[in-house]
Design a binder for this molecule. Sequence first.
Ligand SMILES: Nc1ncnc2c1ncn2[C@@H]1O[C@H](COP(=O)(O)OP(=O)(O)OP(=O)(O)O)[C@@H](O)[C@H]1O
Ligand SMILES: [Mg+2]
Length: 156
Amino acid sequence: MDKNYSTTTNSPAETIDFAKKLAELIKVPALILLKGDLGTGKTLITKAVVSELGYHGDVTSPTFNLVQEYQADLEIIHMDLYRLDSSEELVEIGFEDYLNREAVVFIEWPELALSLIPADFIFIDIEKISDNQRKITVRGEGNHSSLLIERLNQEC
Ligand SMILES: Nc1ncnc2c1ncn2[C@@H]1O[C@H](COP(=O)(O)OP(=O)(O)OP(=O)(O)O)[C@@H](O)[C@H]1O
Ligand SMILES: [Mg+2]
């Protein structure tokens, strides 16, 4: 079973198309980790998936409060840990409780919480090739997420 999917996009619109395909395959609960330098497209992908899941309001990097919730037909949680000061702060925001919810959870800058990440997750790594080009690699860890990657490979 292929646990990886990768694609190179040449514009934000192409990245949004990828995100929509991903969104169609998501089943609750889902944990989606987004890794990549500043301005590579973590929020762009989150916003496109969230919109496909039925929430059409504002989606921005929740930089100052670390976590935002969006209510669609499903429960959606969006975290950005870039400004996390300490692991105690994760306890304060109830990080582990969020991960136990029947929700779709997005985490930008997940490397700051790796020790608390459960075994099943979708890991999206975005690499900036040039101003408009991104290499996107998706990995599934655990049965639930591996299956999703397999389906993504079948569809794309
Ligand atoms: N192929 C592409 N895919 C995604 N984004 C692209 C692409 N080409 C250009 N961009 C631009 O890159 C920017 C990505 O911004 P975004 O806010 O999603 O980054 P981010 O990874 O969330 O950054 P941060 O770490 O600051 O939260 C957008 O301005 C988008 O238009
Ligand atoms: Mg962001």
